[in-house]
Design a protein around this ligand. Structure first.
Ligand SMILES: [Zn+2]
Length: 153
């Protein structure tokens, strides 16, 4: 039994395909489907058969959890190479300066953001964001804020 001793494991560059041809190791974009959603994963190592198009991944890519996060955040593409760094994704249209300002701020406070918890960035028009694992998505600009007045004393 292999007890996690991977140091001497030689990296494969070719494996057999179900069609009888060979699949070769490539790094690039692969389409994945989760239910009705197509999620493109960029820069991921995979074995692809040029003959029938069949794709296989190594088991250590962490792809299933990455796809789960992408699906929950409704992302249509994700970069496998960035899976270990904090990634800020803007689904809203903001100017470049504001985006980089928000990115810097999020990188500073990332540990204070709970996984899965939505948050608001307060400015003239608040921005709704959400963190899932190491991906932070800025989802929506809130254009209307209603302050509920209490009865007072
Ligand atoms: Zn094949």
């Amino acid at each position: 039994m292999d007890i996690g001793f991977q140091g001497n494991k030689r990296e494969r560059t070719e494996i057999a395909c179900i069609c009888g041809e060979r699949k070769t190791l490539k790094i690039g974009t692969v389409d994945n489907f989760i239910f009705e959603s197509r999620i493109q994963v960029h820069n991921i190592p995979h074995f692809r058969c040029d003959f029938c198009g069949n794709v296989t991944y190594e088991s250590n890519t962490g792809l299933p959890s990455l796809l789960k996060v992408a699906y929950r955040l409704k992302l249509m593409e994700i970069d496998w190479q960035q899976r270990d760094s904090t990634v800020v994704i803007f689904k809203i249209d903001l100017d470049y300066e504001l985006k980089s300002q928000i990115e810097q701020m999020i990188n500073k406070i990332i540990d204070d953001l709970k996984d899965g918890e939505p948050f608001l960035i307060m400015r003239d028009e608040p921005i709704l964001g959400r963190r899932l694992e190491n991906i932070v998505v800025l989802e929506e600009i809130i254009t209307k804020v209603i302050l509920l007045q209490g009865n007072g004393e």
